[in-house]
Design a protein around this ligand. Structure first.
Ligand code: GCO
Ligand code: CA
Length: 261
């Protein structure tokens, strides 16, 4: 029987994949046969990341560029096409968060978060779409968040951007389905990464809150995203379009439970 999840012969680009969830997803795609291109923005982080991939026996290619810079993106996509191959799978993972009360947040900071978390997935998607259309299809996967559906104190800009990313996903799916491009999203719950390190420390009220709020009773392991990203990147999902798959240990299914005294 045909393996619907096999990614052999496909080129996948994962943005912001020098660490954290991006790295875990890039590894999952590589382990399932894809040729993986890793994007980052900091040379030292990229160097360190390439060592980590190699330590796992994975040969990935690293490209440094700023995903918010449309000209840099266009040039890099062209360079990747000639050096590695045209992109079949794009994972828009690069993101940023600022935890600032809404009353104190400057418009400049708000714009910065929206630029990285929402505008850049648009720039990236548009940059790969032309070649996907020419070659008969492709896969775009936008990394959303619990904040795509839920609010939380201090993350106004992030929530606004991640909510917008859901509708970017649906609208690109609407416009590009006819080209056999599937545009879907993954909404990770709370994962043990650098981004959540400041709020994950033992004894921090937020740490207890998340564990209590998550039916699975724990922070996610980045590798828990592997199956979903491979599914959405593969033939297995060829009629799945415009969906956000939440990988959250059950958070969105529940109102939560009382805190035990
Ligand atoms: C926060 C967290 C979240 C997570 C994740 C949740 O401050 O609440 O950092 O934003 O990073 O996106 O899905
Ligand atoms: Ca190919």
């Amino acid at each position: 029987m045909e393996n619907l999840f096999d990614l052999t012969g496909k080129v996948a680009l994962v943005t912001g994949a020098t660490h954290g969830l991006g790295m875990a997803m890039a590894k999952a795609l590589a382990k399932n046969g894809a040729t993986v291109v890793v994007n980052g923005n900091t040379p030292s982080k990229m160097e360190n990341a390439l060592h980590q991939y190699a330590a796992d026996g994975l040969e990935v290619k690293g490209y440094l560029f700023d995903v918010t810079d449309a000209a840099a993106v266009a040039a890099s996509i062209e360079k990747i096409a000639s050096e590695v191959g045209e992109i079949d799978i794009l994972v828009n993972n690069a993101g940023m968060i600022m935890r600032v009360p809404a009353l104190e947040m400057s418009p400049e900071d708000f714009r910065k978060v929206v630029d990285v978390d929402l505008v850049s997935p648009f720039i990236m998607s548009q940059a790969v779409a032309h070649s996907m259309i020419r070659r008969g299809g492709g896969k775009i996967i936008n990394i959303c968040s619990m904040m795509t559906e839920l609010g939380r104190d201090t993350v106004t800009a992030y929530a606004a951007a991640k909510g917008g990313l859901k509708m970017l996903t649906r609208n690109l799916a609407t416009e590009w389905a006819k080209y056999n491009i599937q545009v879907n999203g993954i909404g990770p719950g709370y994962f043990a990464t650098d981004q959540t390190a400041p709020i994950r420390v033992d004894g921090h009220p937020f740490n207890d809150f998340i564990i209590n709020r998550t039916p699975a009773g724990k922070w996610g392991d980045p590798m828990d995203l592997g199956g979903t990203v491979v599914f959405l990147a593969s033939k297995a999902s060829s009629f799945v379009n415009g969906q956000i798959v939440y990988v959250d240990g059950g958070i969105l299914a529940t109102i939560g439970k009382p805190i035990e005294p």
